[in-house]
Write a new protein. Structure first.
Length: 268
């Protein structure tokens, strides 16, 4: 089901008041989908004048809000795409006091992880009924199998853990939902020019050492390419200084899939 086939269907985008979510919501509306864009920030309503756009103030970490978003989306039409974009970042020193650590856990995990779980579970029955669709999780580059020495400082263990945990959702849902024609992938980008990235730097100015960071429109284009590819179960990287495309599909991991000559039988 490529993006043209999805025209007229409904796309839900979380965290759409600014940054990547805003650009992705705009792009999906440009491509003819009905978009339900929501955010905790009331500023999301500035998207309202766009064609095919409905906005809501809602918190993805609250089940009642998630249910209200999905109910509204279903009233707009047949849900076809869910972009789990809402994300939170803050420094979380590993030696912070217990209460601070637990507060930070809720601040980050309730949005970055529980929010993705709830939004996806709430929409899967709709995607199943509607003959399939796409779930796209916004992850980050350092869940990809490479050493990284990038923009995130070392005191962001909870943010990092939240994004690594998305791998479990992406992998498991892609397999479980394959029979329903539901594609599940994650976009795993390096530095993209958004308020979140600028917030990493005291004056909001991006240092030259970052190089030419990516633009949100490039990631939105990559997402469309991914949807059109029909691929599922992948972490798709995007790197500063390299072309932003989905690239070749990597081979299945022989040891994990049990397709290799030396792979053990069964396993989990
Ligand atoms: N910008 C980057 O370089 C970069 C790199 C890798 C991954 N990401 C990921 O991409 C996604 C978007 O990032 P961004 O840079 O645009 O961030 P951003 O902070 O600029 O925008 C995130 C939006 O999410 C909203 N949000 C936060 N918590 C919410 C909640 N509980 N419910 C609803 N909305 C909520 C915020 O209000 C904000 O509008 C995030 O998941 C982030 O982790 C960004």
């Amino acid at each position: 089901m490529n993006i043209q086939d999805l025209a007229g269907r409904v796309a839900i985008v979380s965290g759409a008041a600014q940054g990547l979510g805003r650009t992705i919501a705009q792009r999906l509306s440009d491509d003819g989908l009905k978009v339900l864009a929501f955010d905790v920030q009331p500023g999301v309503s500035s998207l309202d004048p766009l064609a095919n756009m409905t906005t809501m103030v809602a918190d993805v970490s609250r089940l009642e809000d998630v249910e209200a978003v999905v109910k509204t989306a279903a009233q707009l039409g047949r849900i076809g795409i869910v972009v789990n974009n809402a994300g939170r970042w803050k420094p979380t020193p590993v030696d912070s006091p217990w209460q601070q650590a637990l507060d930070d856990w809720h601040y980050i995990m309730d949005t970055n992880l529980k929010g993705v779980m709830m939004m996806s579970r709430a929409t899967v029955p709709h995607l199943q009924r509607n003959g399939g669709g796409h779930i796209i999780n916004m992850s980050t580059y350092y869940v990809l199998p490479a050493r990284s020495d990038g923009t995130n400082p070392p005191d962001t263990d909870l943010y990092g853990a939240s994004k690594w945990a998305l791998n479990g959702f992406t992998d498991a849902w892609a397999k479980y939902l394959a029979g329903d024609n539901i594609k599940v992938n994650a976009l795993c980008m390096g530095a993209v020019d958004t308020p979140m990235l600028r917030g990493l730097f005291a004056d909001g100015e991006l240092p030259e050492s970052l190089g030419q960071v990516m633009q949100t429109t490039q990631i939105a284009q990559q997402m469309i390419e991914l949807i059109n590819s029909g691929r599922s179960g992948e972490n798709i990287g995007a790197w500063v200084g390299e072309p932003v495309t989905i690239g070749e599909q990597p081979p299945l991991h022989a040891r994990i899939t049990g397709t290799g000559a030396n792979s053990p039988p069964g396993g989990n």
